[in-house]
Write a protein that binds this ligand. Structure first.
Ligand code: HAM
Length: 418
């Protein structure tokens, strides 16, 4: 019986996996520099946390969750996104009672039962962060700029940052009524009508041409903000300008999750086709309260690592070479294999990437493996060498070979490699 990775999932193998790790590192570094601490939450949570926290009207909750009952009869769900779990942790551990804002970053896989296509998977990895407890537009700009710094540090250029405001509890209800009134006058199917009732803003995000064509004159959130929200958006923009972070105001931008209020943003990459969003986020004032915490504001983002990899490929960028073996051990005979086994470990302990021909391959096979490893040096050791207390250090590029005393081999290699 043969198995393959489940539909919508894939394996990340060397050498690309080195780039994957480098992307996680590059996207998280700006957050660490800005004082965000690493948080790790479980890969599954109570199903109700996502129903309440992410919202019943979203595709993520209504169609895409991996929900199961454990042997204790609990309904659990594999994490479809990071924010709800982090909010749960902040409330459970009363982090909101300490220094504010609570600044946390995370990385890891998320699970959504989506229709797989290029850039859309059933398991995807995000680097995300959340800043909770301070309602300051400067914090919004910090969060957006951290994401932008991450992409820039990878030398991505072919992307756009779209920014909007979805309003707050003051102005959103009035806007919502206006939008529902407008949508009621359109020719929409039953499913979409249901969505109008649940969360009409999501209809603005409908990609179908027949729906988009009817939405040309739809009222848009940034045109109906109250004074406070308009000032907040203006302030975020002026901070972004001060930091030199390019953005465009995108009045039609609404995101797939229900919790967003005020500042909402998305990074889209032009090389990715339909699944162009490489990351996004926004403010979610009210979310902490929804999951049982105090009424505190928050803002965060999730950056798609898989899609960032695709964006890098689309721009022809190489991020990281896989760690290269520098020294390769070629033992001739059992005694030599035992001695080299220890010597290679000593090289590694000295910080030198080293490997060894296993399996008693003989000189020819072992030298071939040494060449394939990309190593700079081969250490060839035979029984006669052991008696003489030396090893043969062979420069694999020039072919030059010298005898080196076994007890100074690590030092000699170290010297030659620097
Ligand atoms: P999201 O937009 O659902 O937001 O996901 C963030 C990013 O994850 C997307 O922009 C995309 O790059 C990537 N992504 C999402 N779904 C998939 C998928 N099926 N396959 C591949 N990549 C995917 C959130 O998850 C929010 N929790 C972000 C946030 C944090 N907002 C506030 N704080």
């Amino acid at each position: 019986m043969r198995f393959s990775a489940p539909k919508g999932t894939y394996d990340i193998l060397p050498p690309e996996s080195a780039a994957f790790l480098a992307v996680v590192e590059a996207l998280s570094r700006p957050a660490i520099l800005a004082g965000y601490g690493y948080v790790q939450t479980p890969l599954f949570e109570d199903t109700a946390l996502y129903q309440r926290g992410v919202g019943e009207s979203t595709d993520v909750v209504s169609k895409e969750m991996y929900t199961f009952h454990d042997k204790g009869g609990r309904s659990l769900t594999l994490r479809p996104e990071g924010t709800a779990g982090v909010m749960r942790a902040i409330v459970e551990h009363r982090l909101y009672a300490g220094q504010l804002p609570v600044k946390l970053w995370y990385t890891g896989p998320n699970f959504r039962y989506e229709q797989p296509q290029s850039g859309r998977y059933r398991q995807h990895v995000q680097v995300g962060l959340e800043a909770v407890g301070v309602d300051d537009p400067a914090l919004d700009a910090e969060v957006v700029a951290i994401a932008d710094d991450g992409y820039r540090s990878l030398q991505l250029t072919d992307y756009t940052l779209g920014l909007t405001s979805l309003g707050d509890e003051q102005c959103r209800p009035g806007y919502r009524r206006l939008l529902v009134e407008f949508l009621d006058g359109l020719d929409l199917d039953a499913d979409t009508r249901r969505r109008v009732q649940l969360n009409p803003l999501r209809v603005l995000d409908d990609k179908r041409p027949n729906v988009q064509a009817q939405l040309v004159d739809a009222p848009l959130p940034p045109d109906h903000l109250c004074g406070d929200c308009a000032a907040h958006l203006e302030s975020v923009q002026s901070r972004l300008r001060a930091l030199g972070v390019p953005y465009v105001v995108s009045p039609r931008l609404v995101r797939g999750l229900d919790y967003y209020t005020r500042t909402t943003f998305e990074f889209t990459h032009r090389g990715l086709g339909a699944q162009a969003s490489i990351g996004g986020g926004g403010r979610y004032d009210g979310l902490l309260e929804t999951v049982g915490g105090p009424a505190m504001s928050g803002i965060g983002f999730g950056l798609g690592v898989d899609r960032t990899m695709l964006a890098l490929a689309a721009e022809g960028r190489v991020v990281a070479e896989p760690a290269r073996c520098r020294v390769f051990g070629v033992p001739l005979g059992e005694l030599a294999a035992a001695r080299l086994f220890v010597l290679v470990a000593e090289l590694r302990r000295a910080g030198i990437a080293a490997d060894l021909a296993y399996g008693g391959r003989g000189l020819k096979g072992a030298m071939k493996a040494a060449d394939r490893s990309g190593a700079t040096y081969a250490v060839v050791l035979g029984d006669r060498d052991i008696q003489a207390g030396t090893a043969q250090l062979k420069d694999l590029r020039s072919g030059e070979q010298i005898a080196v005393p076994l007890d100074s081999l690590v030092a000699t290699v170290q010297e030659r490699l620097t």
